[in-house]
Design a protein around this ligand. Structure first.
Ligand code: EPZ
Length: 426
């Protein structure tokens, strides 16, 4: 398994380019199931989860081209015939977001067999709200040896109020509703930019959708959807991670090709911490504004402070003067990075869903273990300011959602390199 070797102490200086959003690309790739025509997606990130989605769609009978040539980062998907509408456990167990094919499959073919996604490091990750919504639209769903089997003659529009705000639940059911008979009204929807990005693709494919990006979405079902070409949003979490990298190292970093308006809550929080932020049209400049000040966060659904930035912010909080409380309201076990940060010298205590960080504490380099995508990013940020050389193990977690992270960071002065095991394959 590959490792990162990071020597701390360098302020990051220069320009770093943001890739397309993994969490937009995944539902948009699944949306191609809804039509027999070709769907072309541009600005696709070169990350492992995209390769997993390619395998999943191909296993069901889709033709998928995935090109990462210099000008490309694009995929062409054609689901002319879905010969095997089954999302197999071997693939689903490596990527929970595979459940995003459930809604499109049942809407397009009237039948779907999807392995139930297990939990993951950050929580149980149930999909009961996906199931409840599809049943409300007329699907019959049974559980069979670890698989969900869904059947329907044709989905029918319904009035669905989400018990909890769910991002992929909103996306899954939104896709299903585009081909349902009649109108579907969704309330208490997720408002994340990834939902809006998916809706833009679906509308380009001929779907009739109003209200994406708000809590209430109205869909008029249509008989068929056609192909489209769509450019994926920039990855707001990758951009946010780089903002924190510039702040924690006391550098002067320009985050290019991003969407600043998707980062409002993080930018406001960093300014409260005393970080200097200059916002451009599609870039953000981050500079040190002197000593970092402590400022509490509590994760909320968009546009609140994103749970996907919680671990990274905690690394920054170890360098802030004062006491920071971090409350994780979305997932029940998203503090896997805490013990590793403590091993690097951080002063953190946890009580229930709240972590208390006392700073500023100098961090010491150490051998640490990555546990999930964003916890891994937190450890990279900590290693960038720790004294000496840290070894981060199991960086495959990062490869799932960050494109060429070590190359991008090295390009702005970080001392970071990938160390492959003799037997590991890239
Ligand atoms: C999406 O996960 C993202 N993944 C996550 O990003 C992100 O952390 C999360 O949204 C929250 O923003 C993708 O988009 C592929 P949820 P998702 O459904 O949709 C509960 C990353 O690091 N819930 O919004 O799975 C659930 O347990 C990943 O890129 C139910 O109870 O998250 C959680 O407590 C990690 N029943 C809360 O809702 C359901 O049917 C929010 O989960 C669905 C969700």
């Amino acid at each position: 398994m590959d490792k990162f070797v990071v020597r701390g102490g360098n302020p990051l200086l220069g320009t770093i380019k943001v890739s397309g959003a993994k969490n937009s690309a995944l539902p948009c790739m699944a949306a191609a199931i809804l039509t027999e025509d070709e769907v072309i997606l541009e600005n696709i990130p070169q990350v492992h989860d995209i390769e997993t989605e390619r395998k999943l769609l191909t296993s069901m009978g889709a033709e998928v081209e995935l090109g990462y040539g210099r000008a490309q980062h694009r995929t062409s998907i054609q689901c002319a015939i879905l010969s095997d509408p089954v999302a197999k456990y071997e693939i689903v167990k490596t990527m929970r977001a595979s459940s995003l094919v459930l809604g499109p499959l049942i809407a397009r073919t009237g039948i779907a067999r999807v392995a139930m996604p297990g939990g993951c490091a950050i929580g149980g990750r149930p999909i009961d709200l996906h199931i409840k919504g599809l049943e409300a639209m007329g699907a019959t769903i049974t559980q069979d040896h670890g698989y969900l089997e869904a059947r329907t003659d044709r989905l029918k529009g319904a009035h669905i109020v989400f018990d909890k705000i769910t991002v992929t639940g909103t996306e899954d059911l939104l896709m299903a509703a585009t081909l349902a008979e009649g109108e579907t009204l969704f309330e208490n929807c997720a408002r994340e930019p990834e939902v809006t990005d998916l809706a833009a693709l679906l509308i380009a494919m001929g779907a009739k959708i109003e209200g994406a990006g708000t809590g209430t979405i109205r869909v008029q079902g249509v008989a068929k959807l056609h192909g489209a070409r769509h450019k994926i949003n920039p990855d707001r979490i990758e951009a946010g991670t780089f903002l924190l990298a510039g702040a924690i190292t006391g550098g002067d970093l320009n985050i290019d090709c991003c969407e600043p308006e998707h980062l409002g809550s993080l930018i406001a929080k960093l300014e409260q911490c005393g970080v200097r932020i200059d916002v451009g049209k599609d870039n953000i400049r981050v500079r040190s504004g002197g000593d970092l000040k402590a400022s509490d966060i509590s994760t909320e659904e968009y546009p609140g402070f994103p749970t996907d930035m919680q671990a990274q912010f905690m690394a920054l909080a170890t360098q802030a003067e004062g006491t920071t409380t971090v409350t994780e309201n979305i997932f029940e076990n998203r503090f896997m990075h805490v013990q590793e940060l403590i091993r690097m010298g951080a002063n953190i205590t946890v009580s229930g869903r709240t972590a208390t960080i006392r700073g500023k504490t100098p961090l010491q380099s150490a051998a640490v273990m990555c546990s999930d995508l964003r916890a891994s990013a937190s450890l990279v940020l900590a290693a960038l300011v720790a004294d000496g050389e840290s070894i981060l193990d199991r960086v495959y977690h990062m490869d799932r959602g960050y494109e060429r992270l070590e190359e991008k960071l090295r390009g702005v002065g970080a001392q970071i390199r990938r160390m492959g095991d003799v037997f590991s394959k890239r």
